[in-house]
Write a protein that binds this ligand. Sequence first.
Ligand code: SF4
Length: 474
Amino acid sequence: MSTQSSHDVHVLPSEALSLEQLEAACRETAVFAWSQGSELCPEPPQVIYLCPTNVCNHRCCTCGYGAMRRGRKADGSPQRGYMDMDLFRKIVSELPRGFRRAYLQKTGESLLHPQIVEMMRHLKEMRPEYDRAMHTNASVLTPELARAMLENLTFVSLSIFAFDREAYRRAHGADHFERVMANIAMFHDAWDRMESPPKVYFDVVRNVHNAQLRDEEIFGVLQERFPRFNVGIHFPFNFQGIVEEYDNRIFSAIDPARMPTCIHPWDMMAILWDGVVGYCVGDPLEKAALGDLRRQTVMEAWNGPGYREFRRLAAAKDFAALRKRHIHCGSCNWNFALKSQVLTTLCMHARHAISDPSGQAGQPLFTGRDMLRAGLLNYARGDMAEALKNTAFAEIVSRDEGLRSRAGWWKQRVLDVLLMRKDLEYWEELLRKEGLSLESVHVSKYSLAQEQAALTADTHCRTASGATVKKDAF
Ligand code: SF4
């Protein structure tokens, strides 16, 4: 299957896109396919997780790693491995062109792959336009790996879930706190010497081992020690029920018909270390296989039978059928963080790529045709509020009946997108019964622990292990 599509009309230089070209571009967006429940998605995946290895040297309490199993070895242990370099090159050569984000990772510590430096360089060489990203626990970070990351990646995330040695040992299942702090200090210094270094941020997942620290305290201790890096604190992902601590009763109470329809079947591809296509970056079991890149190309798999069935069942909210296929979206708490509903992710490519060479964007609009044109540009960019205004205006002001009905048709498609979130109040009500809100659903244990925790004086933080540390102790 070709990776070229009429979505690529945006690359036509310096001439105005016709209304027909814009309509075709909008029809081929992932957001169109998602909101229409289409099995096929003409637009290639926006975000690609390419897994060098599913081996990890940590056992984090926030991760479904322990449950991961795709087949069993003779001794009963889960099957794990490292991606073959030839397979990696084949997959990279098939990745769609244009602005995308590729993570060199899925569930595992990518820096353990013996050829990870070569992989980073190759990805940059072959897809320089990509956002090239990696999460790491930084426990095996060396100056050589740091240099390769700084030179070849555009985005690095450092996983750290606790802030003293004992709490870290419990949270990460590894006694690596001092080593990790030293490695990050080395990375921070190297970052500082770079002319255009990647974005780096700390990925702090809430858990019982950091529950006693307020957000501001975590920001404080990390930014004081590593001022160049950002800090992100977020809810724990329940790995679809595997990490039980973060399960919510909402999954047994919610009417499946009113579960949100996750965007990711239309915008994300997760490629396992052996080339099998999984269904989500958050799939801990790795038992579902939507395709096999040892035998298919990326785009053949993206619209192949496995993905088409996945999208059909996801759009129908048939979670029981999905479960039978080892797909556990029906108990995924990502749905309620609305992370899986974020249009900006889905429209990432369009926002970066679709421009208006006519230069009309932002200019006064006078005709119904101009209005519809602006509406289509905003649809493709993912700005549905503006698209709704524009298409509604076009429908009202157009004298041409054909144009009016075209504008009305697109206005309805914009409404389809907005209606994907119509059950927000229903979910909010269910969560309220658990004493939660859409904002807090993923931090229930954290919230409870935080309520009970007695924080010490402003200059000190108490950790989950009971130790009291000075904020500047790092
Ligand atoms: S519902 Fe959850 S598991 Fe399913 S595709 Fe979305 S994020 Fe992944």
